[in-house]
Design a protein. Structure first.
Lengths: 487, 641
């Protein structure tokens, strides 16, 4: 075996090093040093994230099962930013009394899921992809059940587990169809053969693959677990689930659909996606309107956001890929800001209802301000980052110039207005509703403040700094073979 | 590029704005003021260094074959729509932007300094300096813009800072309504500007000034002779862009905001509403001049608007009683001179001297009008009133201010050797070269200028003083008199600058030679104006009263500014609000809102109806899951077969 091919996966190796160091520290460090584990993880992961920018390589490894390109490199870098913010946010929580013996597990399991996501993004063979998918899913079930003594946490974990297994089954069934049709699990082999295949079996296979990934992305109708799990899981895990897990799945989804099934006749998958996007955006919005629990509310808002993310996939061009990466980046900062505020308040006062936020502006102006930024960005109000990400994702979808896509974008635009309504409800509660605030003024922990500041700056600056988007467009056009079959 | 340090003139003020805006309240008033002024001083030094290097520095490519080059010393791509249509943020140095650097930084620094004394003890002193920094930043960004879109961004920023500063005394209802009026009127004009930009960039596929102006013929021909309502689209675009300029530069009929803008602090009036912001329209036309020059229709519109405004404003200025309003109308009139001068300039006539004259007058006018406003500020500071009736005999109490004001009056009237004489003479020469009609017209207005300025001068400094009560007026503090002395000296010598060597329409050198027939006539006309004013206003007498009674109707109309404000009031309230807005509002309330409410209700009930899907039982979830997956496959198969 040629060991030098490991050099094509520096990001995975780096992540493993971080994981091992954290693990060793957790296992062997004396008890009194244990409480510095969260900070250590943040530092190590921070160093890793920064070093990442010097680790760019292009090439394939393991006889083409694994590929590293400019696009995969940037996708992983974007995920790293999100993971780092989640880590910083949860420092204080991980150091709390109840977490004393388990804080190591939290970080180790999360690092492992990140590893799985890396594999999902970089794999060019379905076997490796499934390994990545499972590595990214299973530890999360343990994390959802992290509050051992809380009933909701158990229930959420059970639901997550069931649905995850079920979706894996469907996904694998789809894969077995694929293997039956083409006799190979290499992306490139399938992509070449898919061109002239018009069998109904292929349609079923693609539908099942979409259903399998649709679970991770919580696309309607594969989303039903989302709200229950988001509500029951510890908030850092929820924010991780809704942001990082979703972002990684979106990246993998794009690679899968475009690179593997991109050339299928009549672009079968586009029509499936078409229906799913409309359902996802609309139903996500309809559910979000009624929610009073902030975590359930954010769960449904994130479902509808996933629908917008999919608009980048449906365009299936470089602009679409760049917009998708951009959208995920913006979504990471915006949604983590929202979760960060919700988490800080939950930690402090145990309040999780939007009604409790009435008059929050008077007692906690900075938290309210950050939450407002997050809501504006998620709702797509200029000049915040969310406006630009929506703008570019629509642009990417419209690029292909089909009438059906125009209609789709129109529906998405109408839904933006509905979403604005419920995002502004939160802002209204904080700034306008006159009630005496039940949440007293408090000072959130240092980690939370750092994370929120990073998110707020991201929301304000990512949109204005146009160089980010330009860079992503260049990355998307950077010699990938991704769109080779389509053009 | 060596001149790239020019960008500091933008960075320092915007940093000062943020700093004073955020932590200003924590500083003492004195510290905030000194900090703002020091920062402005540094900015001024850098601006001078950049401008002087550009004009005189060792050749860094500024001059090629006798033509001064346009240097883009900073260029950042901000948004890329297509390969050609790109929005950039940059810094452009060329003769007019370098000249504006000097004008803006000089006046702004003087006003910063002056305000230390004038605004002493005011509430919100720190806020005032923060806004001044914002304005300086926006104005410098406007003149240094490399493309029309960047200019538009800074153009709006200038409008915002003007709004903030006019409404600085936000507890006074008059100041609040004046700031709103200024913002709405200029914003309305900017609508035209924006539409013009969009049309222009749609047809020429570029925002860039250099691309537009280096080959205007090509830019225009890409429009391919498209027409709209009988005019070519290019004429429309250029006229609409000029509409934006007319709004900022207070050209008739969009001038109505400027007199009211005098509600702001007087140093602000000197900086924004006399020297810098109001000439943005002139600057805009000058910036785009090569494009305008190939479109005769657009130039004619500019000439007519300018000439009419010059006369109209001068007529109104002759009868106003508020010292700042006289100066405001005089500003409108003088800017109209510059606009007309651009309108009559054409490359074939007299080496396009109108362009040079317009820029020259912009330069000198900025100096002496800022001087006049700052003097007015010192006077108002001394007598606590804007009305001329509260003044009189002040030459005994305020000698420095008196001399400075006299210099300003002589300069604006066009008496040699003061600055205004030289620049106004060039404008008249350009006007006569174009057509005797405009020449005579502007000469008459020049005479009126001399008349109303000396009317003002005599009434303030010579008439018998009213009862000043306990406090006799006294000379202003040093921070206020120094700017007066400095600007007074500049107003004396600025005319001797060989301006044609620096700024011409084709950026080649042009030697100014005075045409003594025109110069002589204009001196005589100015002297007649002054003489008339001396006869009527040297001392209190009943000549003005008798004349006013003789022409009662005319006098009243002029005093009420020919009822322009009332006309606007009538059009907006009686016609637009009552006849158009009300029915629309009804339609909006009943039909549109009704439909929206209906939709919202439908959405709400739909959201209620779907709730059953989220039952909480994991069996249902799986059920939905598998049905969903199969349905997706089935529907696709059915659709495809």
């Amino acid at each position: 075996m040629d060991y030098s091919q490991f050099l094509y996966m520096p990001q995975e190796l780096g992540l493993l090093v971080v994981f091992l160091l954290v693990f060793l520290f957790d296992t062997f460090a004396p008890r009194r040093c244990q409480s510095s584990l969260p900070v250590l993880t943040v530092v190590l992961f921070g160093i890793f994230t920064v070093c990442n920018y010097f680790m760019m390589v292009r090439g394939t490894a393991f006889s083409g099962m694994y590929e590293s390109t400019a696009a995969t490199f940037v996708m992983k870098a974007i995920l790293n930013v999100g993971v780092l913010i989640v880590f910083i946010q949860s420092i204080k929580w991980a150091n709390s009394e109840a977490m004393a013996v388990r804080r190591g597990e939290f970080y180790e399991l999360l690092l492992l899921t990140v590893f799985g996501m890396y594999l999902m993004i970089s794999s060019r063979h379905f076997l490796l992809f499934v390994i990545g998918l499972e590595t990214a899913s299973l530890p999360l079930a343990a994390l959802v059940a992290f509050h051992k003594k809380r009933y909701e946490s158990h229930e959420a974990a059970a639901k997550y587990m069931f649905t995850a297994i079920f979706s894996s089954a469907i996904f694998l069934m789809g894969l077995s169809f694929v293997y039956g049709l083409f006799g190979s699990l290499y992306f490139s082999d399938i992509a070449y053969q898919v061109v002239n295949n018009t069998s109904a079996m292929l349609v079923v296979a693609i539908a099942f693959v979409i259903a399998g990934i649709g679970f991770k992305l919580s696309l309607v109708p594969f989303h039903l677990w989302t709200a229950d799990v988001y509500q029951g899981a510890p908030t850092p895990v929820t924010s991780y689930l809704s942001v990082i897990s979703k972002g990684a799945a979106a990246f993998a989804f794009m690679v899968l659909l475009v690179q593997v099934f991109g050339a299928a006749y009549s672009k079968v998958w586009e029509w499936m996606l078409y229906a799913i996007i409309i359902l996802t955006i609309t139903l996500g919005n309809l559910f979000a309107i009624r929610q009073r629990n902030i975590k359930r509310f954010l769960a449904f808002s994130s479902i509808s956001q996933a629908g917008y993310i999919m608009l980048g996939v449906i365009g299936a061009n470089e602009i679409g890929l760049a917009s998708l990466m951009y959208y995920v980046l913006v979504y990471i900062v915006s949604n983590l800001a929202a979760f960060g505020v919700a988490f800080a308040i939950e930690q402090q006062s145990g309040k999780v209802s939007i009604d409790d936020y009435n008059g929050l502006y008077k007692t906690n102006p900075w938290l309210s301000f950050t939450m407002m930024l997050a809501m504006f960005s998620l709702g797509g109000i200029p000049p915040f980052a969310g406006f630009f990400s929506k703008f570019f994702i629509f642009l990417g979808a419209l690029e292909c110039g089909e009438v059906s896509i125009y209609i789709l974008v129109l529906i998405a635009l109408i839904n933006t207005i509905i979403s604005l309504y419920y995002y502004l409800l939160v802002v209204k509660a904080m700034f306008i509703s006159p009630d005496e605030c039940s949440i007293p003024n408090f000072r959130s922990s240092c980690g939370e403040r750092v994370a929120l500041t990073v998110c707020a700056l991201g929301i304000i600056l990512v949109g204005i700094a146009s160089c980010i988007y330009t860079f992503l467009v260049e990355t998307a056009q950077d010699g990938t073979t991704m769109f080779g079959l389509l053009n | 590029m060596e001149l790239s340090y020019t960008v500091l003139v933008l960075i320092i003020p915007v940093f000062m704005f943020l700093f004073l805006g955020i932590v200003g309240v924590k500083l003492s008033k004195k510290a905030a003021g000194l900090l703002g002024t020091t920062a402005m001083g540094i900015t001024t030094v850098i601006a001078y260094a950049a401008a002087l290097t550009y004009f005189f520095g060792a050749d860094q490519g500024q001059v090629v074959d006798g033509v001064r080059q346009q240097l883009t010393v900073l260029d950042i791509t901000w948004l890329e729509f297509t390969k050609n249509l790109v929005i950039k943020i940059g810094v452009l140095l060329d003769p007019i932007s370098a000249m504006m650097l000097i004008v803006i930084s000089t006046v702004s620094f003087m006003v910063h300094l002056y305000s230390l004394g004038y605004m002493d003890g005011e509430k919100g002193f720190q806020r005032y300096y923060a806004f001044l920094s914002l304005f300086t930043f926006s104005m410098l960004g406007l003149v240094l813009a490399t493309n029309i879109f960047q200019m538009y961004i800074f153009w709006e920023l200038v409008g915002v800072s003007s709004y903030l500063l006019i409404g600085f005394y936000y507890t006074l209802p008059a100041a609040v309504s004046a700031s709103k009026k200024a913002f709405i009127v200029t914003r309305f004009a900017d609508l035209g500007f924006l539409v013009g930009i969009l049309i222009l960039s749609f047809y020429t596929d570029t925002f860039d000034f250099i691309t537009l102006t280096s080959n205007p013929q090509a830019a225009i021909s890409t429009a391919g002779g498209a027409t709209f309502l009988g005019c070519s689209v290019m004429t429309w675009a250029l006229t609409l862009i000029f509409m934006g300029g007319a709004g900022k530069s207070a050209m008739f009929p969009l001038h109505i905001w400027l007199p009211d803008a005098m509600e702001g602090p007087t140093p602000v009036s000197a900086l924004i509403h006399a020297a810098t912001m109001v000439v943005a329209g002139v600057y805009l036309v000058a910036r785009m001049f090569p494009v305008y020059a190939v479109d005769a229709t657009a130039l004619d519109i500019i000439t007519v608007v300018g000439a009419f405004t010059a006369f109209y404003a001068a007529a109104v200025a002759c009868v106003q009683s508020d010292i700042k309003r006289v100066l405001a109308f005089s500003t409108i009139s003088q800017i109209a001179f510059m606009i007309t001068s651009l309108g009559v300039a054409s490359p074939e006539l007299h080496h396009g001297v109108g362009y040079m004259a317009s820029m020259f007058h912009l330069f000198t006018h900025a100096m002496f009008k800022a001087l006049l406003f700052l003097c007015a500020g010192a006077i108002i500071h001394a007598v606590h009133s804007n009305e001329m009736s509260a003044m009189g005999g002040l030459r005994k109490y305020m000698p420095i201010c008196h001399i400075a004001f006299l210099i300003g009056c002589l300069a604006i009237s066009g008496i040699p050797p003061f600055a205004g004489f030289f620049s106004k003479d060039e404008i008249l020469a350009a006007a006569y070269a174009n057509s005797p009609l405009w020449g005579v017209w502007l000469s008459v207005v020049a005479g009126m200028t001399a008349f109303y300025m000396f009317r003002l001068y005599y009434k303030i400094f010579w008439w018998n003083n009213p009862d000043y009560g306990h406090h006799t007026p006294h000379e202003a503090p040093m921070t206020m008199t120094f700017p007066l002395i400095f600007l007074g000296l500049v107003s004396i010598v600025a005319g001797f600058i060989p301006f044609g060597e620096f700024v011409t329409w084709n950026r080649e050198e042009y030697i100014i030679h005075l045409d003594w027939t025109i110069a002589g006539t204009s001196i005589v006309i100015a002297l007649i104006g002054i003489g008339l004013a001396t006869v009527m206003y040297r001392k209190e007498n009943d000549i003005p009263e008798r004349l006013a009674n003789q022409f009662r109707g005319l006098w009243t109309a002029a005093y009420h500014r020919f009822y322009m404000d009332e006309l606007y009031q009538f059009i907006t309230h009686k016609i637009i609000f009552a006849r158009i807005s009300k029915p629309i509002a009804w339609f909006d309330r009943r039909i549109i809102d009704g439909t929206m409410d209906l939709l919202a209700n439908v959405t709400n009930s739909a959201s209620f109806a779907v709730r059953r899907m989220q039952s909480g039982s994991v069996q249902t979830y799986v059920w939905f899951y598998i049905v969903g997956a199969v349905a997706v496959a089935a529907i696709t198969i059915i659709c495809l077969i």
